[in-house]
Design a protein around this ligand. Structure first.
Ligand code: FE
Ligand code: FE
Length: 318
């Protein structure tokens, strides 16, 4: 009998906010045997054998309207982000200096490909046809993903593919991509729970993986900087460059549009949501667009700061 480590345990894993800030995991901890046993063997099995209850989407998201539009917008965007991450990770695998790194990033590559599929497949449960999903993905790819994800991808690939800079690439993926997206995913998990419990479950599953990705990615950078302190200025520059890029990306607009649709749906289906609290003491029905956006923004700032500190890059200027 093997015991399941807490981060791969459906019933006890911390939230992505907590886990992404506190958990310490290395590529040596999360190698291929670990992934096969605890992720494929336990986490994914429990998701498919019905022992993790899945109530399914409610009527509110299955009928055409603003809520359904909001989740289509969000999940097509996530699908595209996860696909881009999968492709970028092939270069992290290629440039892995050691076997443990290679094994860990190979598992992360599979994780992201699974996420891409899970976000896309969820749309089938909202009664969209395959052709409608394809059209929705193409629409998001040409609009919000083109504006936000394409420039990020280009930045990451310059480092990882063009310069073959493994540690710089891991830093970009961990801090600038996962570190920003994971707290947004936490918000998503919480806000969909009463309206589409299975969407929340898709997020939860992806978030449990993200905890591992963030923890291991930052331990890779920390170890590298412990052994090569002369590389700090270079990696600090990369963080700064990435932040400058983020400032130019219209992510707030993308989120505002999405949260506006959600807000409309919130008003329509207030009865269904009832007293459900998005965080302790705050009913989801009472929240505003700005309030939810601010929470996600604060969480991602805090997650980034804690992780940068752990990576010995806490003095990265803002
Ligand atoms: Fe992912
Ligand atoms: Fe990830």
């Amino acid at each position: 009998m093997t015991t399941t480590p807490v981060e791969a345990d459906w019933d006890n894993a911390p939230s992505v906010l907590e886990g992404a800030r506190t958990l310490e995991l290395s590529p040596q901890d999360c190698n291929l045997p670990y992934w096969l046993r605890h992720v494929a063997g336990t986490m994914l099995r429990r998701l498919s054998d019905g022992s993790v209850p899945d109530a399914g989407p409610t009527e509110a998201v299955r009928t055409p309207g603003p809520l359904r539009d909001a989740i289509i917008d969000e999940f097509t965007f996530r699908h595209l982000a996860e696909e881009k991450a999968t492709r970028a990770l092939s270069f992290a695998v290629f440039h892995s200096p050691e076997t443990d790194d290679l094994e860990f990033f190979a598992t992360q590559l599979i994780d992201e490909a699974r996420h891409a599929r899970a976000f896309r497949e969820h749309l089938l449960r909202l009664d969209l046809s395959a052709a409608e999903i394809e059209a929705a993905v193409a629409h998001t790819a040409a609009t919000s993903a083109a504006a936000v994800l394409d420039p990020l991808e280009e930045f990451g690939l310059q480092v990882l593919r063009d310069q073959g800079d493994f540690h710089g690439g891991v830093l970009v993926l961990t801090v600038l991509v996962e570190g920003v997206l994971a707290p947004a995913a936490e918000l998503s998990e919480r806000k969909w729970r009463p309206l589409d419990p299975s969407a929340a479950l898709v997020e939860r599953g992806a978030n449990m993986d993200e905890i591992r990705h963030l923890a291991v990615g930052s331990s890779v950078v920390r170890r590298y900087l412990t052994e090569h302190s002369e590389q700090r200025p270079r990696l600090l520059d990369l963080v700064m460059e990435g932040r400058r890029l983020w400032e130019k990306l219209p992510m707030q607009e993308v989120l505002f549009r999405r949260e506006s649709l959600f807000q409309e749906g919130l008003a329509q289906h207030a009865g269904l949501i009832g007293d459900y609290e998005i965080w302790p003491g705050r009913r989801l029905v009472d929240t505003s667009i700005e309030e939810r956006m601010e929470a996600a923004e604060r969480w991602s700032r805090e997650t980034q700061e804690t992780r940068l500190e752990y990576m010995l890059l806490s003095d990265a200027p803002r």
